[in-house]
Design a protein around this ligand. Structure first.
Ligand SMILES: C[S@@+](CC[C@H](N)C(=O)[O-])C[C@H]1O[C@@H](n2cnc3c(N)ncnc32)[C@H](O)[C@@H]1O
Length: 327
């Protein structure tokens, strides 16, 4: 028998991260099973719209679940039509000889509440002081960035000759810190909401980067991002429709001087919407554009030379583009 997935000690930061996020894949399996998608598809492939119609579920959210199932190997996509994978056909169709739905239902309906909230009561509840959502969220962004993402971006980008970077919705400012550490002539301004910028300043101080990284309080809804910038970084702020991507990209364009560089870093789906896993799971939460959709949005904002930058990231795509030399 092959060694069971995840039933082995973790040995790397990637495995540690996967362990921490594993509940999302569990929920995809449980929800798709609870919605009876595998049994429905055992009678023939269907599109997202047809499945949503038959299940009486929301079309967009159903498609997001189907994309996640596809990325995780439970379904396959042929054109617009979803079909069961071989594994799903064997184990996830009700009435099948080897049907595994018994323990999936038990895990979903009986065990999930225990692992989700009852277990920590059994263990005496939370011991750490609750710092509140904003600080927790910004610390999460920081730890993800220092786990290799910020260093990887700094290695992948050639920012020689660039002096001023606007880090839009920069959160903890970690990407600015790493980019400025790698480019000593660069200055970065982290733009974010006032309550976040208070935390950003702590991070900048902790890294001793006050000389190169500063902050600016504001909101992208009403404020401009600046002017005469060399680089505009939009990292994790263009999460699919609903993220006001058009407005942010237009403001980023205006913030740059001619020849300025746009860097977009985000979860992006492959153009056929079959993966990868990380964007497919993120899409189920906040939405994710495909790479082609993102490139089209960037071009619509006026940028040229839209290109993908290779990085070591397994979760994020980085796209660069230029503001042309003409005014
Ligand atoms: C997902 S985080 C990304 C943080 C950082 N760029 C990164 O990649 O680690 C999104 C950031 O956008 C900021 N944000 C949300 N609404 C905003 C607004 N109206 N104006 C400016 N920033 C905002 C959040 O505070 C948060 O720091």
């Amino acid at each position: 028998m092959p060694e069971a997935y995840l039933m082995k000690p973790v040995k790397s930061i990637e495995e540690l991260r996967e362990m921490a996020w594993a509940f999302r894949a569990s929920r995809v399996l449980m929800l798709a099973h609870r919605l009876d998608i595998f049994t429905l598809l055992s009678r023939g492939g269907l599109s997202a719209g047809e499945i949503a119609h038959r299940q009486g579920s929301d079309r967009d959210m159903t498609e997001r679940l189907l994309i996640a199932c596809t990325a995780l190997g439970l379904l396959e996509k042929k054109g617009d039509v979803y079909v069961n994978s071989e594994l799903a056909t064997t184990y996830l169709v009700r009435g099948g000889r080897l049907y595994q739905g018994g323990w999936i239902d038990h895990a979903d309906l009986d065990l999930w509440p225990y692992w989700g909230s009852e277990l920590d009561r059994e263990l005496g509840g939370y011991r750490t002081e609750d710092e509140g959502w904003t600080r927790r969220f910004i610390k999460a962004m920081h730890s993800l960035a220092i786990g290799g993402e910020a260093e990887g971006l700094a290695e992948a980008l050639d920012l020689r000759g660039r002096r001023l970077l606007y880090d839009i919705g920069g959160g903890p400012g970690t990407f600015s810190i790493y980019l400025c550490r790698a480019n000593r002539d660069l200055r970065a301004v982290v733009f974010d909401l006032p309550e976040v910028v208070a935390i950003t300043r702590e991070v900048i101080r902790e890294y001793g980067m006050e000389g190169q990284v500063s902050t600016r309080e504001g909101t992208w809804d009403t404020d401009d991002f600046g002017e005469e910038g060399d680089v505009a970084l939009l990292s994790n702020v263009l999460h699919g429709p609903g993220s006001k991507a058009e407005m942010k990209l237009e403001k980023a364009y205006r913030s740059l001087k001619p020849g300025g560089l746009l860097i977009v870093r985000d979860f992006m789906l492959d153009d056929d919407k079959t993966g990868p896993v990380a964007p497919a799971l993120f899409n189920l939460m906040l939405g994710a554009y495909t790479k082609a959709e993102m490139k089209a949005l960037i071009e619509s904002a006026g940028f040229t030379g839209v290109r993908e930058i290779e990085t070591a990231s397994k979760s994020h795509t980085v796209i660069a583009a230029d503001r042309s030399q003409d005014r």
